[in-house]
Design a protein around this ligand. Structure first.
Ligand code: RNT
Ligand code: ZN
Length: 418
């Protein structure tokens, strides 16, 4: 039997098995086709970007490892993204940071970024059927320090307000060009290494900065705001905490970003979905894998990720969530890291969609706790992998682990020579 017919045969059996539980697999396949990740460009180059301003990553985040083959310029980043995409089923968006502008070797400071610096990305995205999302970048800059948008020094604060305003204008142009809103994320590392006695003051400043930044209404971009527990070197206080941004998002109708690495290690991000969606319009995800801290390990099919996607589906909120990835592992093949994490996120979504939810809810409504638990357990080993293989086959990307050899080939021919 050829691999292809084996995949098809297994798929047919899976369709029957799921149908018996009231799950329409063909419909799930269609939903999967319309499920788009927003791929984070920064896994290709360890969050370095193309500015000629800072020589190391700062702002509470850190990549560890120096595996050879990092993308060093815009052409290499683009080539690596396309290579990774060729192993990821479906069509996806690309999430850019302001430091990835096409600056042409020129020194363009953050308060000078303009849509023209992203025109070649807009064109490239169109050519490759990738819609763009965007992020302002407040890290890795001489004016970053510990405080940007909440800096009591008015000239520094205004510098970052100007940067962020300009980023929104860039996002607006991206959204206009692609006929679909560009999601722009705002994350600042602002905080304090040691005890502070001025929490209110910094938060008032950050709130005022946001008010200034969001004063302009746009039609083709949407804002999202991202909190964090702490950054490296900023362990005692984070201005933009979860409560800070959740409050802001709820009050002013802004989308909130949930980065799965930005909560206390035992806190369930999945549990936040249904609460937050009652008060904020939409959610943006930064799917990552925190190991002991916000370590940004490659996403895998672990329980927290599965639970998060399952909760979104159970909440009927598939279309109110944007699915960004945010991890950066510099210790293994970066394209491999990109592919493993993306496929893992897709597999979690697939499993979430294949849940026999009608039957489970019926059990719950009837007070049948044992039955609910038993089916939840059995559902874990239903043949979702046969559906996944078929999804890959249909999308002309490698089925199963066969992409390992392909990534190795690209490494031998391209990345190892950098
Ligand atoms: C940092 C935040 C932020 C960044 C990216 C590069 O802790 O998660 O989202 O990782 O924007
Ligand atoms: Zn993030």
């Amino acid at each position: 039997m050829t691999k292809e017919s084996a995949v098809k045969q297994a798929y047919e059996l899976a369709v029957e098995r799921y149908a018996a539980l009231g799950v329409d697999v063909n419909q799930v396949m269609e939903i999967m086709q319309n499920f788009h990740l927003s791929l984070h460009c920064w896994q290709t180059d360890d969050v370095v970007g193309f500015e000629k301003i800072a020589d190391s990553l700062s702002g509470g985040i850190q990549t560890t490892g120096n595996y050879p083959g990092r993308a060093r310029n815009i052409d290499e980043v683009r080539a690596d993204i396309l290579k990774a995409l060729s192993f990821i089923p479906g069509t996806h968006r690309l999430n850019l940071h302001a430091i990835y502008g096409d600056f042409n070797g020129e020194m363009v400071d953050r308060d000078q970024v303009e849509p023209k610096h992203f025109q070649s990305w807009i064109d490239w995205g169109k050519e490759h059927n990738m819609k763009l999302d965007f992020n302002s970048s407040s890290f890795s800059h001489p004016k970053s320090g510990s405080l940007t948008l909440s800096n009591p020094d008015e000239s520094i604060r205004q510098f970052w307000i100007e940067h962020t305003k300009r980023c929104r204008a860039v996002a607006e142009e991206m959204g206009k060009a692609q006929g679909d809103p560009c999601i722009m994320n705002l994350w600042v590392h602002d905080g304090s290494k040691d005890v502070t006695v001025n929490r209110m003051k910094y938060r008032e400043l950050l709130k005022d900065s946001l008010d200034q930044i969001f004063a302009t209404d746009y039609q083709n971009m949407k804002d999202c705001i991202e909190s964090k527990v702490f950054g490296i070197g900023l362990e005692s206080f984070t201005v933009g905490s979860n409560e800070f941004y959740t409050g802001y998002g709820a009050k002013y109708g802004k989308m909130v970003t949930l980065d799965t690495g930005h909560f206390h290690p035992t806190e369930s991000v999945a549990d936040k979905v249904s609460s937050m969606l009652l008060y904020v319009p939409e959610l943006m995800l930064h799917v990552s894998r925190p190991v002991r801290w916000d370590s940004d390990h490659v996403t895998i099919m672990d329980d927290p990720t599965q639970e998060l996607f399952s909760e979104i589906v159970r909440a009927g909120a598939l279309d109110r969530v944007h699915y960004g990835l945010d991890y950066f592992d510099a210790s293994i093949n970066r394209i491999g890291a990109y592919v493993v994490g993306s496929r893992a996120a897709q597999k979690c979504m697939l499993r979430a969609l294949l849940e026999p939810i009608a039957q489970l809810r019926e059990y719950e409504a009837n007070g049948q706790g044992f039955e609910r638990l038993a089916l939840l357990e059995e559902a874990k080993s239903l043949p979702w992998n046969a559906v996944w293989d078929m999804f890959c086959l249909k999308n002309n990307v490698p089925v199963g682990e066969s992409f390992i050899a392909e990534v190795q080939k690209y490494e031998a021919e391209v990345t190892s020579k950098r």
